[in-house]
Write a protein that binds this ligand. Structure first.
Ligand code: NAD
Length: 499
């Protein structure tokens, strides 16, 4: 079993705390590595080194910094297979899905190749006689990224890329459940020419996170994870005077109108509900058909598609639809929630509990589960299940469907399936959700937009990646400059009499 290390100043450094967390292959349950959990002193030491490196990094002109991102992007492509294998092994998602995870992070690296034009300031010439006004964007210094288990490449890349491209140094604290992909990315970034110390990967749990939040040198914290932790981190970071953007959990609804293309809606629901075992913050976990006929037509199409899904380890071939959930505890919790839904009176249409795969009996597999007749008072509706469980909440009208979404505490993503432009426009305008799809199940904005939810899905200001990230990771200096008339008026050579 491999003992992982922190990645400090461009080299692997063993942890000194004596505390470790196990990294398991969720398909087999086998421990594949142990990851050291940093002490506050180890964290502080990494920050001090990052602060020294950042001073020089900020002096590298933006075009040269961008060139390192060009090399980084090329190397990520070259290492795609290795990255995907590492990611699938520690996370459990299929190889094509792991490549998608890397790809959606790579797209943010690609945007960072254009950093010089993204961090330009503003200029007003002659705002008054001899007066120019301008603004310039400067890096914050050392910043931190704290990331979840479910996108081991994409989210670390979302955090580190705009931060570093803007001239900051980053302390990345990846999920202790999927830390290996981050280490591989740090090695590749170094190979691309990133100076040592600009990216420090420090592993840890709450102790390391609290040390980040209390460290005076760290200027900003970008967090992605569950809502209670997002809210906690936002509060503590803000109390300590840091910038913070903390993205949390979700419960994403898809409204299916009676005029929707029912086959396409069912296909979209199966992909968005069960892909990556439902462990996506943009997964659709609630389908809201409008009208009883719509509900019947939808379920009739969903069931055969769900029954065909192949749940298996990523190594079982290209036709695997999704793999295990992340831990034994996650499987137990999801199965417990399925039981609670049944007890509460929801109709269990397909039951994913008790799935065992031959040869992988110790893996954490949960079969695709479909509930009908779910109501908002049930735990399966109230909680983010973060597993392959899709709930159908029937509504009689568009207005009732919209109200359901407005009343939900989360506001990450949502979608509507319809053939009617008028209802789609109304939905887009009124819905209190940050990312909206029209006949589009997982509306993750491309990397030149920015990503972020509303309500309890995000705390703080500005979204992640895209133009917002460059604002988040820079501070704006506003300059008013006046130059009095001087040498251009010439030097007086004539002999002047003194009056
Ligand atoms: P998590 O909140 O358990 O962990 C996220 C990070 O916080 C990890 O690095 C972890 O080490 C740290 N952490 C955990 N407990 C902590 C504590 N008590 N104090 C301080 N730090 C702590 O989340 P997860 O299970 O890794 O990820 C799944 C969650 O992330 C889901 O809720 C999902 O919706 C959410 N998510 C949100 C987005 C988004 O952009 N909104 C994207 C991906 C995932």
């Amino acid at each position: 079993m491999q003992e992982l290390k922190h990645f400090i100043n461009g080299a692997y450094v063993a942890g000194t705390s004596g505390r470790f967390s196990e990294v398991r292959n969720p398909a087999t349950g086998e421990v594949i590595a142990k990851v050291p959990l940093a002490t506050p002193a180890e964290l502080d030491a990494a920050v001090e080194k990052a602060a020294a490196a950042q001073k020089e990094w900020a002096q590298v002109n933006p075009q040269r910094r961008a060139r390192i991102f060009m090399k980084f992007g090329a190397l990520i492509n070259e290492n795609m297979d290795r990255l995907a294998e590492c990611l699938s092994r520690e996370h459990g998602k299929t190889i094509p899905d792991a490549k998608g995870d890397v790809q959606r992070g790579l797209e943010v690296v690609e945007v960072c190749m254009g950093t010089p034009s993204l961090i330009k300031g503003e200029f007003t010439s002659d705002a008054g006689t001899g007066i120019d006004l301008y603004s310039m964007r400067q890096p914050l210094g050392v910043v931190a990224g704290i990331t979840p288990f479910n996108f081991p490449a994409m989210i670390p890349l979302w955090k580190m890329s705009p931060a570093i491209a803007s001239g900051n140094a980053m302390i990345l604290k990846p999920s202790e459940r999927t830390p290996m992909t981050s280490l591989m990315l740090a090695e590749i970034f170094k190979e691309a020419g990133l100076p040592d110390g600009v990216l420090q990967v420090v592993h840890g749990d709450k102790d390391a996170v609290d040390a980040i939040l209390d460290n005076d040198t760290i200027q900003a914290v970008g967090f992605v994870g569950s809502t209670p932790i997002a809210q906690y981190i936002y509060g503590r970071a803000a109390t300590n005077g840091k910038r913070a953007q903390c993205f949390g959990g979700a419960k994403n609804h898809m409204v299916i109108m009676p005029d929707a293309d029912m086959d396409k809606a069912a296909d979209a629901l199966v992909g968005a509900g069960f892909g990556a075992a439902g462990e996506r913050c943009m997964a659709i976990s609630v389908a809201v058909p409008v009208g009883a006929d719509t509900a019947e037509a939808l379920i009739e199409r969903l069931v055969p598609k769900i029954e065909k899904l192949k749940v298996a380890p990523y190594t079982a071939g290209d036709d695997v639809d999704y793999g295990p959930v992340i831990t034994a505890q996650a499987k137990e919790r999801i199965e417990g929630l399925i039981s609670s839904g049944e007890d509460a009176g929801a109709t269990l249409v397909t039951d994913g509990r008790g799935l065992s795969i031959q040869g992988y009996e110790d893996g954490y597999f949960v079969g695709p589960t479909l509930f009908d007749n779910v109501t908002p008072d049930m735990e399966i509706y109230k909680q983010e299940i973060f597993g392959p469980v899709l709930s159908v909440v029937r509504k009689d009208s568009y207005e009732d469907a919209l109200e359901l979404i407005q009343d939900n505490q989360y506001g990450n993503g949502t979608a509507i399936y319809t053939a009617d432009g008028d209802v789609a426009r109304d939905f887009v305008n009124k819905v209190e959700v940050g990312m909206v799809g029209v006949n589009f199940p997982i509306p993750v904005p491309l990397s030149y937009y920015s990503f972020g939810g509303w309500k309890k899905s995000a705390f703080g200001d500005l979204d992640q990646y895209g133009p917002d990230a460059f604002k988040f990771y820079t501070k704006t200096k506003k300059v008013s400059a006046r130059w009095f008339s001087g040498i251009k008026d010439g030097v007086a050579l004539n002999f002047k009499s003194i009056d």
